[in-house]
Unconditional design. Structure first.
Length: 409
């Protein structure tokens, strides 16, 4: 039998956990009226997997950013474990953060909240009075939800064009960082070429070297050293005032791009890489791009934009991810039913992060036009909650059913 629920939260990562605790803080009575879906059946599974797979010792963001509504909760939790807050700015250790999140889950009584099913599709249902959605789940079940919060991360791997021109190769010899798990690799004596200048490249390079590999790091620009993805001014009015005052969405997109300015590494990781360079374990080529890669049966032959040629055993694409609403399967029917402006892949949501015309809210990188450059980060989750939670606990705010334009079965 199809179940009717008030609110469906799709995904159980840090963004979903943040919106859940913030909702409960604002309205305890919402307990029991929302369902959280994630195929893993657990909170924070992808987060934990990625930190373990890249052997990341601590977060890039300071201790104030986390899923609990009380900004000081993590510092308080860390009082008996001060050595797990790393300089500068008290960056939480990976285990400390994981334990803290587990405590958040316990304190807010969310242990058994995640339904171990992925959502396959979201279909808006025609209703003259209020918006509703049919969610088709991984096992074929369906639920009807009045409101949906999409918190699936929604990031798509960025794959360079030259990869498409390689006829065949063993899949373990060229892969995107998201599919790499350092813990499973034996790399002694191997040559690993890593593409990209973000923090993931840094961690992967150090992980490969620790396993006895020689690393060649290729950056299409110069190595940028930054403590954070975007300056802290983007967390408050210093930069956000002008951002929100900008009514041209294209211009807002450019502000986001400029603020993040591609990939960057922390000074601490850059220092470790330089040390490895002096030891002869890594070569770093800047302003250089692969134009052609050939799999020779045992190893790779690489041609670069500067005319140089190289051999290696593995190519790791640490080329990050992109956000594009037009390729997000869960938003296909929504986009068809409620066409809205899209700027370079980002949807123009309303100020509550609601898809205009229906009660579907989006968190994460896809909400960047209304949250700013840190939308995908932990800080972005909190900022998203400030916008979404009031609209959910006071649902009367600005929903117009007349906007619905397409029939859904
Ligand atoms: C290696 C790495 C380190 C990072 N470190 C930091 C940091 O230190 N500080 C910081 O602020 N930011 C950091 N970030 C950026 C960002 O905070 C993380 O990417 C974070 O995990 C984003 O949270 P999320 O909840 O949006 O997505 P995710 O963590 O990806 O969680 C999304 C969840 O949705 C589930 N899901 C997906 N599709 C469906 C579906 N159809 N149905 C049901 N569930 C679904 C997934 O299983 C997943 O569990 C880091 C990113 C990476 C890649
Ligand atoms: N907590 C941690 O310690 C930790 C660890 C890893 C990652 N992270 C976070 O995770 C997020 C993602 O980091 P990331 O390093 O995976 O991705 P990223 O920051 O987006 O960096 C991707 C890199 O790939 C390059 N690139 C993209 N397409 C390319 C192409 N076609 N050819 C050559 N190079 C290309 C980019 O170049 P340009 O710079 O020129 O665009 C950039 O340097 C960030 O927020 C980061 O802070 C955190």
């Amino acid at each position: 039998m199809t179940k009717n629920i008030d609110l469906a939260i799709v995904g159980a990562g840090p963004h979903a956990l943040t919106v859940t605790t913030h909702l409960l803080q604002k309205r305890q009575s919402i307990r029991g009226r929302f369902w959280v879906f994630d195929p893993s059946g657990m909170w924070m599974s992808r987060w934990k997997q990625q930190f373990a797979a890249f052997e990341i010792p601590h977060l890039r963001s300071p201790a104030v950013h986390h899923p609990d509504p009380n900004a000081f909760a993590l510092r308080k939790f860390a009082e008996p474990r001060p050595h797990e807050l790393f300089a500068p700015y008290d960056l939480p250790g990976t285990q400390l953060f994981a334990d803290f999140c587990q405590d958040v889950i316990r304190v807010w009584q969310l242990q058994n909240q995640v339904i171990p099913l992925g959502v396959r599709s979201i279909e808006p249902l025609p209703d003259r009075v209020r918006s509703r959605f049919r969610l088709c789940l991984q096992d074929g079940q369906e639920v009807i939800a009045q409101r949906v919060v999409l918190a699936t991360g929604s990031a798509k791997q960025q794959i360079p064009d030259w990869v498409k021109n390689i006829p065949t190769y063993p899949s373990d010899r060229l892969c995107h960082s998201q599919t790499i798990d350092l813990r499973k690799l034996q790399l002694a004596g191997q040559r690993v070429l890593i593409v990209g200048g973000g923090l993931t490249s840094g961690h992967l390079a150090l992980g490969a070297i620790a396993r006895g590999a020689k690393v060649h790091l290729l950056l299409r620009r110069q190595l940028a050293e930054k403590l954070f993805d975007a300056e802290p001014g983007w967390l408050g009015p210093k930069y956000l005032k002008d951002f929100f005052a900008e009514s041209n969405w294209q211009r807002r997109f450019e502000m986001i791009q400029q603020a993040r300015n591609g990939g960057s590494m922390t000074p601490a990781i850059a220092t470790q890489l330089r040390r490895q360079m002096r030891s002869g374990n890594i070569r770093i080529d800047e302003n250089c791009q692969i134009v052609k890669a050939q799999w020779l049966g045992e190893s790779w032959h690489i041609q670069c934009s500067d005319g140089s040629q190289h051999e290696c055993d593995y190519i790791w694409l640490s080329t990050g991810t992109k956000f594009d609403v037009t390729t997000e399967p869960l938003l296909k029917n929504i986009l068809a039913a409620y066409p809205i402006p899209i700027v370079k892949g980002l949807p123009v949501l309303d100020t509550c992060l609601r898809w205009p015309g229906c009660e579907l809210f989006i968190m994460g990188g896809l909400a960047a036009l209304q949250v700013g450059p840190t939308a995908r980060n932990l800080s972005g989750a909190r900022m998203a909650c400030e916008k979404i939670v009031p609209a959910i606990v006071k649902p009367s705010v600005a929903f117009s059913p007349t906007v619905m334009s397409v029939q859904a079965s």
